[in-house]
Design a protein around this ligand. Sequence first.
Ligand SMILES: *Cc1c(COP(=O)(O)O)cnc(C)c1O
Length: 370
Amino acid sequence: MVDLLAQYNHIQKEVDRAVIDVIRSSKYINGPQVKSFTQNLSQYLEGAEVVPCGNGTDALQIALMALGLKPGDEVITATFTYVATAEVIALLGLKPILVDVHRDTFLIDISQVEKAITNRTKAIVPVHLFGQCANMEALMQLAEKHNLFVVEDTAQAIGADFTFSDGRKMKAGTIGHVGCTSFFPSKNLGCYGDGGAMFTRDPEISAALRMIANHGQSKQYYHDKVGVNSRLDTIQAAILDIKLPHLDTYNDHRRAAADRYDKAFADNPHVQTPKRVSNSTHVFHQYTLILSSSVDRDALKEHLATKEIPAMIYYPVPLHHQKAYRQDNDKSFPETEHLCKNVISLPIHSELTVEQQEIITGEINSFILN
Ligand SMILES: *Cc1c(COP(=O)(O)O)cnc(C)c1O
């Protein structure tokens, strides 16, 4: 699905040097590279504060901890997402309230969010799924009206730009009260292990995030809050600092690959290519097709596997069907149900070649059309 080795080959000298520098410095924890990367990412995000942490799941957990929510408080999120989003809500004793997404964009349906708001609702966690932003303008208006926090799950959309109706642009993850991202190797900005970060423009929240990520410590051996231990390794920060200047180019390559896929499927009536929303750029963390119900998706996936073409189902089981996250019986999620049955994600990454894509699209079109 990704080719991390090919990407490394282009930056090998710099990365090798940076890793060896960290080892020789022996500042493995909170070395100067962590500060440097954090500052550079903050600059990339147009001044939002960046608080590094151990992974994207921790980022979501620490964000919710920093907002001072109480057990039983309701947090609204999408049912069509990776489990981490709902997991941290439940782990903190909060109640995940799942809502449906739009069938054509995979993004959280704001009208469903509005319907799900009760007097116990305290926060909304939109997921910028597959690489483009949920409607943050509508969501922030709704949040303001009901006095709710917004925590953006930006694990799949780092580098995407959201445009407001007045023309103002903001980076994904810097619009809500907190944005959370992951540097898992296959993410658009990935390190060579685990890593994550939180973004905020609120100095109080940023202080709370820092404190909680470091054992709730205000100064050494003084613990004002119950916290966790979640750090970005110095080696990972050094690698990320080298990759960050390439992020926009990596995302451009992903978009170009997506455009080529679109063209190749344009004449296939059984394949719906991913829709781009007008208010966000798309960084194509995933390139996800929606197949007609007449296409045997599993057979297609198996056929591709015989040709050594990877394909993945993101996600086969919606959260509301997971034992841990079942919702009240009266709720229905028709759009997500449809997607879980019919989506298939194709390889997409910064090093994908035209030739590879011709093979992939050729196999898919001939399987479906013959
Ligand atoms: C990857 C991902 C996460 C979790 O990130 P980790 O670094 O693996 O903990 C959370 N949410 C979404 C939508 C993701 O894609």
